[in-house]
Design a protein around this ligand. Structure first.
Ligand SMILES: [Zn+2]
Length: 143
């Protein structure tokens, strides 16, 4: 698979690791925990290849990607019991298909509106991240 030298997801570099922690591999993607945890349980599902649009995938690939997204959303729903899960695919300046999976809670930050990409205000301890990651891995049945 072609790698883009300017892409933090392809290069798996510190720009990516500054924002998120790898949880594990799914069928056609990798799931990450966002370090900024205002929206408790927030994750990011990143497609395995440098692909700009969902419609650039063939039917099988896009079905597999959506399947991965669904697995993560369902796992987060079970663990964190949000009132709704939001999904976000933007990437104006980063053309590598990924979906933000953002649990939203009634009465909390941006309920009834769009989640913010990076509020920069809620960070956890390493232990708290690890606990969260273990719960998600268990729920996803991955190691
Ligand atoms: Zn890429």
């Amino acid at each position: 698979m072609e790698k883009n030298q300017d892409c933090m997801y392809c290069m798996e570099d510190e720009r990516r690791d500054h924002l998120m922690i790898e949880i594990g591999n799914l069928d056609v993607s990798t799931v990450f925990l966002f370090k900024e945890q205002t929206y408790r349980g927030r994750c990011n599902v990143v497609y395995k290849g440098h692909v700009k649009e969902l419609f650039h995938l063939n039917e099988q690939e896009s079905a597999s990607f959506i399947h991965d997204v669904n697995r993560v959303a369902e796992a987060l729903d079970k663990i964190f019991e949000p009132n709704k899960i939001n999904y976000g695919a933007y990437g104006d300046t980063l053309h590598h298909l990924h979906m933000h999976i953002v649990p939203k809670y009634e009465g909390k930050e941006n309920w009834g509106s769009t989640f913010e990409m990076n509020l920069g205000k809620t960070y956890l301890t390493d232990n708290e991240y690890n606990e969260m990651i273990e719960k998600i891995k268990t729920q996803l049945q991955i190691d």
